[in-house]
Structure formats: structure tokens, C-alpha cells
Design a binder for this molecule. Sequence first.
Ligand SMILES: [Mn+2]
Length: 324
Amino acid sequence: MATIDPNARWGADGRPDYAGLPSFAALPYTESGEGLAGADVAIVGAPMDELVSDRPGTRYGPRAIRQASASTGRHLDAGIDAFESLRVVDFGDAAVIPADPVASHAAIERIVGEVVDAGAIPLVLGGDHSIAEPDIRACAQRHGPLGLIHFDAHTDTARELWGAELSHGTPMYRLVEQGHVAGERYAQIGLRGYWPGEKEFAWQRERGITELRMREVVERGIADVLTEAIDAVGPGPAFASIDIDVLDPAFAPGTGTPEPGGMTTADLLWACRELAGRLELVGADVVEVLPSASGTDVTAVVGARIAHELLTGIALRRAGRGGA
Ligand SMILES: [Mn+2]
């Protein structure tokens, strides 16, 4: 039986997963520039969902992911504890304005810019996928045009949807057209279903974008497909954008535009660690977690693990073991 120290809180083993306030992985929480100083990575929430084309609710994504994120310790396969190797803080949420997506995008761009200016890598939790526009733009304005690795059932490269140019279906078109993402250094993985159409695919080909459909993941395996994507992105600053709907809805039912026939969680988690180890990531986002459509908290748990695998990959790369 353990000896009980009446003065101890939770002692050397740390607190249990279910206790305390739910910052991401029980990390130090700060909303101040001083708290951010010296951080390698900062978690940022982008809780907005006004720009979806179907079911809303991803504004609750960041809070659900934090709630599901308590697991810490040494990664069994990678042999590294990201939270020991890196200084990671939870920098809170962007100051979004309900019903004003333009103002919310500006707030997201501002907070992500603050993280980059402090020398840290922003890891942004969405939110609908429209948040990729301000978060990638904030990174590109400081690092120059970025490479992009994008996991998604959908390309998100429409010029407009029902006439709306600001949408969760258009951020990648806008980022390429604005010059923030280099088309020839942009790879998409997991595409399937019935959208978009030939016009969008023709535009993608013109821009030199690498599209890797779900069928290729099934036939070639994730390792081969990921290597092609990483080769397309190449050296230089890069961003990783992970839409949870790249997963089969069997693994992640809590999302607004589910598309059956997707990736397995095991493949995606491995790929996130691997790409973060091999690419020069300057930022990443995990988007489209819609807790109320999930039935259980499994989608938020997976969202949290995606973020954790990205952190593990970043830690491996900093330790000179990227791609190991
Ligand atoms: Mn998307």
C-alpha cells in the first residue's frame, strides 16, 4: 500500500486524466505574451462554424478536443515524450465573434501570428475548415509561400459554393490564389466521394497540385502515398492541415460532411507523426471535429491524438530522429 503524504497533490505520477481544468493535455494555460515566450509549440483554439455547407457545431471542437486530450507519457513506438522534449503551452482560443466570420477569421489570423512571432509553431484546433485560410496565411506572411500537406475527403478548392466565396469548401483555392500556398508544393490525401467537379480538378492540375485519392491509399498503402506527398512538398516551410473527415465515419462519426470509405485511425496517426518528423512544419491544424454528431467522444479523442502525434513527430525531428 502506498504511503500517503498529506501535503502532496498528485505527486510524481501526475494528476489523473479526469481531474483539473481541461487545458490541452493539462499543459500550462496562458493568454499572455510572457506565457508564450520560449514555447516551441502553442495550441490555439479556433471555435467557429459559421461557414459550413452542412451540419454546424464544430465551434465546440476545441473544447471537446481539450477535454479528450489528457493522455501523456512516452510514445510506445516513437520512444519519446513530446511534452518532455518540447515546451508546449495552451494559448487559449482566438477571440471569435459569433455570427461574424470575417471578424473571427481576423481574430484567428491575429492569434496565430502572435504565436509565429514568438518563434513557436501554432497547432490550431478547429472549427470548420475555413479557419485554414487565416491560420495558414498568418504563417505564410512570416515564412513566405508554404508547402501544404492536406488530409481530407474533399479538396476544399472551390472558388465559391452557392455564390459564397468564404466557406469551408474554398480555403485552399483562396490560399493558392493569394500566393500563400505554392501549388506545386501542395499535396492532398484521402479524396473520395462526389465532390468537387471537373472545373475544380482542372484548376488543381493547372496549379500543379498533387491529388492522392482514397483509392490510392487502399491500393498502394499509406506509407507509399505519404512518401509521394512528402516528396511533392519537399524541403522548405510547410503546413499540415488535417480534416477529421478524411477518416472513415466509422472511426470519426462526429463531423459535418461525413464521407464513407475513408482512412483508418491507425494509418492517419502514423502519417501525422511521420510527416511532422520529415517536413519542416511551421504550423498545423486539426479541423471539423463536431462533438454533438459523434454519439460518443471518440471523434474528439481522435482529434486530440492527431495533435499529439504531430507533436511527437516535431519532437522526433528536433531530436534528429525525424522519419525514424
Ligand atoms: Mn476540409
